[in-house]
Design a protein around this ligand. Structure first.
Ligand SMILES: Nc1ncnc2c1ncn2[C@@H]1O[C@H](COP(=O)(O)OP(=O)(O)OP(=O)(O)O)[C@@H](O)[C@H]1O
Ligand SMILES: [Mg+2]
Length: 384
């Protein structure tokens, strides 16, 4: 077992902009840390640098406090599962599992012992004599993981290991990976672009964007206290709604307006963000989680009139996309500086299954206790 540390690690390919910029990250001994971010943000590059398959341009990578920058991959004793794994098609499952051990010149008894142990762990025992083409996608995936695990490595590096599977298998194997990791307690760095995978698997989750680390925290912390609108929009399914509003003081209470309605910021929000009173008369970005919008029968104070755009029934809940009937300037979570971008669409999640007609008028109640506050650059306001 091992801990892995990145100390100001940067990567720049010749003649290109930096792909990874001064990344500091620690994966604790026995931890499953998920690295998540949009396609192209540098996740695979980072993993390959830890594995030793890619040179780093600056900084240090340490395994158990030993700098490994110069160590070749085979000396790092890390097991990697690649984005596109490949099994040896002409070998049986048993031979596929045994192959890395034979490369290490272990005795035949030791090879057999480890193969049996890994097969037991991954429930591959009755498949050992089959070839890859006689296996289902999920079984192949497990063999690929087994081939990484059989080696008794100090840590696992997994690059989107579930990306080739259908949705049902992905959920199934995801929970198998979680259980296995817990049982073995093996340090794991797991890369994905899927925030659901990140939230369900990670002890902690590191959110990356364009080569820069945004936030590293437990899943619940990321959800409840995103440090900026990018993380707020990326985590959660669907992500947070962000609106640009003006804060005003009316009768000694801090309020914001949406359309014709005036919303008072409740005590809980004032306590969460002690700096708010100083921002009266300024613009602010408000974050509203889709699940904190509820459908109400008719407009009253604290509700918002909107026009149905589309609804996605998921069975146990329905995702609504509505156009708020207000003249509000929305903010692009991808580019918080771009505050003039108009996106009056809001997303709400309501329980159960209901039929909607496009164009229908609905009223949404905002749970103001659950509001998030960001400055115009998209950074979360100082939080208690
Ligand atoms: N050899 C290379 N030369 C120049 N740029 C490269 C090279 N390899 C990768 N890149 C660039 O580095 C960036 C990060 O790529 P990387 O593969 O790490 O992304 P990723 O986060 O794993 O994306 P995905 O989710 O699509 O797998 C991309 O913009 C990519 O174009
Ligand atoms: Mg990748």
């Amino acid at each position: 077992m091992a801990s892995i540390r990145l100390d100001k690690v940067s990567k720049q390919y010749d003649g290109h902009d930096a792909v990874i910029e001064e990344m500091d990250l620690q994966i604790r001994d026995g931890e499953l840390l998920v690295l998540v971010g949009p396609s192209g943000c540098g996740k695979s590059t980072l993993l390959r640098m830890v594995a030793g398959l890619e040179e780093i341009s600056a900084g240090e990578i340490l395994i158990d406090d030993q700098v490994v920058n110069q160590l070749p991959p085979q000396k790092r004793n890390l097991a990697m599962v690649f984005q596109n794994y490949a099994l040896y098609p002409h070998m049986t499952v048993r031979e596929n599992l045994a192959f890395p051990l034979k490369m290490q010149r272990l005795s035949r008894d030791e090879v057999n012992r480890r193969v049996a142990q890994t097969a037991e762990l991954l429930s591959l025992g009755n498949l050992l004599d089959r070839r890859p083409k006689q296996l289902s996608g999920g079984q192949r995936q497990r063999v690929a993981m087994g081939r990484a695990m059989v080696r008794d490595a100090d840590a696992f590096l997994m690059d989107e290991p579930l990306s080739n599977l259908d949705a049902k298998l992905r959920v199934e194997i995801r929970s198998e990976i979680a259980a296995l990791q817990r049982r073995l307690g093996i340090t794991t760095l797991y890369v994905t672009h899927d925030q659901v995978e990140a939230m369900t698997l990670g002890h902690r989750v590191a959110v990356m964007r364009a080569g820069k680390l945004q936030q590293v925290a437990t899943p619940s912390r990321l959800y409840e206290h995103p440090v900026n609108v990018f993380v707020a929009g990326f985590i959660g399914n669907p992500g947070m709604n962000v609106l640009r509003v003006m804060l005003e003081t009316v009768d000694k209470a801090l309020v914001f307006r949406l359309g014709e309605h005036c919303f008072t910021l409740p005590q809980s929000v004032m306590e969460n963000y002690p700096d708010l009173p100083n921002r009266s008369g300024q613009m602010l970005l408000l974050g509203i989680r889709p699940a904190t919008l509820t459908l109400v029968e008719s407009g009253g104070n604290g509700s918002l009139e909107a026009t149905m755009s589309s609804a996605e029934p998921l069975g146990h809940e329905t995702i609504l996309h509505v156009n708020a009937d207000i003249d509000v300037v929305a903010t692009d979570t991808e580019d918080p500086g771009n505050t003039l971008l108009k996106r009056p669409t809001l997303t709400a999640i309501i329980p159960g299954h209901r039929h909607f007609k496009p164009g229908e008028t609905v009223h949404l109640q905002i749970d103001c206790d659950k509001l998030h506050c960001f400055d115009l650059q998209g950074t979360a306001l100082a939080h208690h």
